[in-house]
Design a protein around this ligand. Structure first.
Ligand SMILES: [Zn+2]
Length: 175
């Protein structure tokens, strides 16, 4: 098994992490012998292999931290253009668009008609970014995830089911 060994002066016990890009990192206290580290890794090899198999299905998108400010601008421009486009198609009106840095949400829609999107939509394949935009826009009319809501989404994004699956398999990794 391939793994990256990190020595830590602060760690008191060994730690094993499988990242979304399938890399395996073992953090060990500074003076732990290689043999006990190997033993520790072997002991957890089944779990590691399972995790690696899971994460290798991911579509990994790498984002440089230094690009985040640029991505925020780009995502705002994209969201403005695409919201205008889809809002016209649906005959919907929205108020303000804002960009947020959220950990796990792609977007949201407030009752007062404001839309917000995660800046990470700027690194997504455009068909997935468009789905997110349509999803939030449709909440302007249907503030729920009812059948009516999904029918509305399907008017512009007929394959939304498949796109949602794609989206779940996207892992964003920072460097
Ligand atoms: Zn929703």
């Amino acid at each position: 098994m391939n793994y990256i060994l990190k020595r830590s002066t602060r760690a008191r016990t060994m730690r094993l992490i499988v990242y979304p890009d399938s890399s395996v990192v073992v953090t060990a206290p500074r003076f732990f012998g290689l043999q006990s580290i190997e033993r520790f890794v072997m002991k957890h090899s089944e779990w590691v292999n399972r995790k690696v198999a899971e994460t290798s299905k991911h579509n990994v998108i790498r984002v440089a931290r230094k690009d985040i400010a640029m991505l925020k601008e780009r995502s705002l421009a994209y969201a403005r253009a695409r919201c205008a486009n889809f809002a016209a198609a649906y005959g919907l009106k929205f108020r303000k668009i804002s960009i947020r840095a959220q950990k796990s949400r792609w977007g949201s829609c407030s009752r007062s008609g404001n839309l917000s999107f995660n800046y990470k939509i700027a690194v997504l394949p455009t068909h997935t970014a468009d789905y997110i935009i349509v999803h939030e826009l449709c909440h302007l009319r249907e503030m729920n995830h009812s059948k009516k809501f999904w029918d509305l989404v399907a008017q512009e994004i007929p394959n939304h089911r498949q796109i949602r699956k794609e989206l779940r398999n996207i892992a964003i990794v920072y460097y």
